[in-house]
Design a protein around this ligand. Structure first.
Ligand SMILES: [Zn+2]
Ligand SMILES: [Zn+2]
Length: 320
């Protein structure tokens, strides 16, 4: 299918398109679970992806188990008037996210995966302040406590619960409450970095690129061939597992690419939904860890997290 590739400056010629897409689909985590299950069928990382499917099923059950909390007028006014995220992850957390965590842990205790049952049991034994400390580490980088292995096992479950709480809250917002000024490198609802971006399909979004929030699942538009971390358009390049890949309509574009930037030395993945219409950005991001390894080796630092995966903490130089 021929596609029109929009370039910066050309955007005004496009039909009206949504600048922001809120995460209102009640099936979004169930769809993610199905995608993880599909990806696990023939994949070198099948056990990890199958475990992730259980976590996504638990997220789906938790999402429907609570109603969204009312959002106060003041942050909504700041959002409308100044474009400040109404659900900023840097604000004090509503302890209701711990209820989502409890739901997820209860589901995982009943799932058939011993590793997840064990992780759920360990988290159940940790009091609220310890769980909040893990959440702080999920947002701030680093690890909670002094056991990196324990943190690597427990933090994805905490990340999953935080995603559920923030996704439910973002899904309860109205587009009129989001006062986006121009484009943004962080989520207009919660201020988090995107997990990846997707070149979309569909009548209103055809060929447009949307960044997907790693925390609240909101999507927001950003023109293509633009660094999603620093908005530079000068030194953006594309990597795929099939080799370097230019943004040219005449060339065959891989489903998953890494968009790298030589101005800020970061990268983030970009997916072509047309090639995998059933894709899920969080699931497909994890299923393409090989691409991260390739781009890491080329010297670029990933600019946004996947909260279901703890990449580990680099060794101190002194540790040899
Ligand atoms: Zn967000
Ligand atoms: Zn950049």
């Amino acid at each position: 299918m021929a596609q029109k590739i929009l370039q910066p400056g050309e955007i005004g010629q496009h039909e009206p398109f949504p600048a922001v897409v809120l995460p209102t689909d009640p099936q979004q985590f169930a769809n993610r679970a199905r995608r993880f299950e599909h990806l696990a069928r023939s994949h070198a990382m099948a056990p990890l992806l199958a475990a992730m499917a259980h976590i996504a099923h638990a997220q789906h059950a938790a999402l429907g188990a609570q109603a969204p909390a009312a959002i106060a007028d003041e942050p909504l006014a700041r959002s409308r008037e100044h474009g400040m995220p109404a659900l900023s992850y840097q604000d004090e957390r509503d302890p209701a996210w711990l209820t989502d965590l409890d739901h997820i842990l209860a589901s995982l205790l009943a799932c058939p995966e011993p590793v997840l049952q064990d992780a759920a049991r360990r988290l159940q034994a940790i009091a609220a302040d310890g769980r909040e400390a893990i959440a702080d580490a999920v947002f701030g980088g680093g690890i909670a406590g002094n056991d990196p292995e324990a943190h690597a096992i427990l933090s994805p479950l905490v990340g999953a619960a935080l995603q559920v709480w923030w996704t439910r809250q973002a899904g309860s917002m109205k587009l009129d409450d989001i006062g986006m000024v121009g484009s943004s490198t962080v989520c207009p609802c919660c201020g988090s970095r995107p997990v990846a971006s997707v070149i979309e399909i569909g009548p209103q979004q055809q060929s447009l690129r949307y960044l997907h929030c790693s925390l609240c699942s909101t999507q927001w538009h950003m023109v293509r061939v633009t660094c999603s971390a620093c908005e530079s358009t000068k030194q953006v390049a594309y990597y795929s597992l099939n080799g370097a890949d230019a943004e040219q309509p005449s060339q065959k574009i891989a489903f998953a690419r890494a968009e790298s930037c030589d101005d800020c030395h970061s990268y983030l993945k970009i997916f072509q939904r047309e090639k995998e219409p059933m894709m899920d950005v969080t699931a497909d991001d994890l299923a393409t860890l090989m691409l991260d390894m390739l781009v890491d080796e080329a010297g670029y630092l990933r600019s946004g997290p996947n909260l279901l995966f703890s990449p580990g903490v680099p060794d101190e130089p002194d540790n040899g």
